[in-house]
Write a protein that binds this ligand. Structure first.
Ligand code: PLP
Length: 470
């Protein structure tokens, strides 16, 4: 792993050897012709990433960047872990594929390990992506109610601003209009309530002196829809991609109580918050709540290989086992629980445990926050929010009116950071004008010097006059 060089000795983002110009141009030519880039107008000149080591990635020009978002909030153990590559190669040589209609060693070991991490008794259904894991959760929730003689319980309630994935059901649960408009109708039976967004409280309340009307909104929605029609509610512990919206401390516990009262299942989407990002093993641990279903992906393998999981409470699983021959879950996918991905996940979790990266995550968040504290005084900073090592900086044009920062202001800060070797994210709502929250979620292995680099870079970029061209 890269030794960290002291800043005074050598800049952290010292350039590496660039790819040969002709070779790079040939690659870009093929990219322009053949690659369909994700969620962006076609990018004619994309950054071609060629390698990664620790918290850093390197592009084809030899520029090194600190990966301040761990890719898409996912490379929790950092890049370039050769022991994960070795575990994958070993498993590929031993058994590259088997279905989970049978079973195989890495899936068995991983399901047991996940139970340890979840601190509860759960059955684990493996799939490929976070979207898949949520689709599985929705189907299991519906079938569960069917098997208990309550087939009318089929609806799901989630929140505006939430993101739960890109497939028709998961997108139905998503609460960001522009992501959905051109693909509707989506999976039906999804309704939404306002998010627990204290900075812009949808209920006109003030943080710390409210009655958690945002939690009550869930109960109201259940009553309006009719409890006999509601299967489950789905929440992330904090809304991450929707702009780092951190709820009041008692919010999740209140949702648990509402679910219990109305025989509604609680699905917690841990796709981002899980595997240490929250500063605990899972985000629901931060709030002392036990979900009926937990979905996970990203940090499960630190994205070294695709894998997701839907953990279902043992009580729920029993109804799939004991309700007669027709009661099994009719769902299979070819790649879900692939032995190589499971072996990767096991090694990834071993690293998280061995290097105490869960508590490191909490430390990274606190340390970063204390180093960028003065940002709160900047005229463009409305609020800084944190959950474990995930940080959101909500940018505004005016602190009093809270007018969201203009796109150019946000873009200028991101570009300023990139120029200095730091990649950060931009999140929020797809409603035009509300993509105004800068996000950071660095690898949980980020070193002290790297924390200082992230904080210093942010402070310098803001000081250099963010918003001047906004
Ligand atoms: N749930 C949450 C909270 C996510 O942030 C994401 C992806 O960013 C998903 C689900 C979907 O995961 P995937 O992209 O692996 O389908």
């Amino acid at each position: 792993r890269t030794a960290v060089v002291k800043e005074e000795e050598q800049p952290m983002n010292v350039k590496e050897e660039a790819m040969d110009t002709e070779a790079k141009e040939a690659l870009l030519e093929k990219d322009r012709k053949y690659v369909w880039h994700h969620i962006t107008p076609h990018n004619e000149n994309p950054m071609v990433v060629v390698s990664g080591e620790g918290s850093w990635i390197t592009d084809a020009d030899g520029n090194r960047y600190l990966d301040g978002m761990s890719g898409l909030w996912c490379v929790n153990v950092g890049h370039g872990r050769t022991e994960i590559a070795e575990a994958a190669a070993q498993q590929m040589k031993t058994l590259a594929y088997s279905t989970l209609i049978q079973s195989h060693v890495p899936a068995i070991e991983l399901a047991a390990k996940l139970n340890e991490w979840l601190e509860g008794e759960y059955r684990i259904f493996f799939s490929n992506s976070g979207s898949d894991a949520n689709e599985v959760a929705f189907k299991i929730a519906r079938q569960y109610h069917h098997q208990r003689g309550k087939p009318s319980k089929h609806k799901f309630i989630s929140r505006h601003r939430a993101y739960h994935g890109n497939s028709m059901g998961a997108l139905g649960a998503t609460g960001q209009a522009q992501r959905k408009l051109k693909y509707e109708p989506l999976g039906i039976g999804f309704t939404h309530v306002p998010p627990p967004y204290c900075y812009r409280c949808p209920f006109g309340q003030t943080k710390g002196s409210c009655e958690t009307q945002c939690a009550q909104a869930y109960e109201d929605a259940i009553m309006w829809e009719g409890p006999e029609s509601v299967a489950a509610i789905i929440v992330e512990p904090v809304i991450t991609g929707g702009g780092m919206i951190v709820p009041p401390d008692d919010y999740l516990a209140k949702l648990r109580a509402i679910c219990d009262k109305h025989d509604v299942l609680l699905i917690v989407d841990e796709v981002i918050c899980g595997f240490g990002r929250s500063g605990e093993r899972f985000g629901h641990h931060n709030y002392g709540v036990r979900p009926d279903i937990v979905t996970m992906a990203k940090g499960l393998t630190s994205a070294y290989s695709p894998l997701s999981a839907t953990a279902v409470s043992a009580e729920m699983y029993d109804s799939f086992k004991t309700n007669g021959a027709d009661s099994h879950f009719r769902h299979v996918n070819t790649f879900g629980g692939n032995p190589v991905s499971c072996a990767v996940a096991l090694k990834n979790i071993e690293i998280l445990e061995r290097e105490n990266l869960v508590s490191r995550s909490a430390y990274i968040g606190k340390e970063l926050l204390s180093r960028i504290e003065t940002l709160g005084e900047h005229p463009n900073v409305g609020e800084v929010r944190i959950f474990g090592s995930a940080i959101g900086i909500e940018l505004v044009e005016d602190k009093l009116t809270k007018e969201p920062a203009h796109a150019a202001t946000v873009a200028a800060i991101i570009a300023g950071c990139k120029q200095k070797g730091l990649l950060i994210g931009k999140n929020g709502d797809t409603v035009p004008g509300f993509m105004n929250i800068l996000t950071l979620s660095p690898p949980l292995s980020t070193t002290d010097d790297e924390i200082a680099f992230i904080a210093d870079t942010l402070l310098q970029v803001f000081e250099a006059g963010a918003g001047e061209d906004g």
